[in-house]
Design a protein around this ligand. Sequence first.
Ligand code: SAH
Length: 238
Amino acid sequence: MKILINKDRELLVKDLSKDFHTEFGFVKSKDLKKNGRIKTNKKVGFSVFDAGFIDLFRRIKRNAQIITAKDAALIAAEAGINKNSKVVDCGGGSGALTCFLANICKEVYCYEIRKDFIKTIKYNIGFVNLKNVKIKNKDVYKKIDEKDVDLITMDLPEAWKAIKNCEKSLKAGGFLVAYFPNILQLKRFFDEIEKNKNFSYLKAVEVIQREWDLKERVARPKFDGLGHTGFLIFARRI
Ligand code: SAH
């Protein structure tokens, strides 16, 4: 897949075998195949390049509400995951967090109880071109199969019900991160972590990202934008 971009538009081209039509005229299939500067038949210039992970990630299919890049990025940063990491993502949903983590880690195990959601997760993993994800149609409140895990992420309504299972799966020093839209859920999770002698509580965070409008004589925060997403709570297996 390719990205066709100029100062006004950013377009994803999925099928390079056909001419690509835009509001600025069309681009010939043979021009799409090479990277660099090209022109439409109406002489409008575009730059063409191979779509990278983030170009595709931003365009994945959504069914469940996804964890957005700002929250996923903090999870990755706080847990310090890398190409050697083994991660379990609980509550696959649309597979957004799964894909974000798999782009960084060695392997990701994605648990999802709903078969219809698994279809979307599979589609999205293929769409972003990743091969290191294993999807499991299993209930994490019952069991998590993996051992020696570096990071477990949970985007589940009652994530506290899986804490015992996470305890068995995480390696010493491994991170447990839960994401909740509602602060009362986070508090309940915190209370369980506090009681558990095998976890140390690290912090609870809300990532607030304020985007600004910059053009000519305008330089101020945007009026619209992403409102509330969710709260994150971090703990460590000790
Ligand atoms: N983080 C995901 C969205 C998750 S939505 C993303 O970024 O795309 C929460 C998902 O958890 C739902 O799809 C729901 O079906 C799943 N789920 C709920 N309880 C579960 C359980 N006990 N085990 C596994 N998956 C569960």
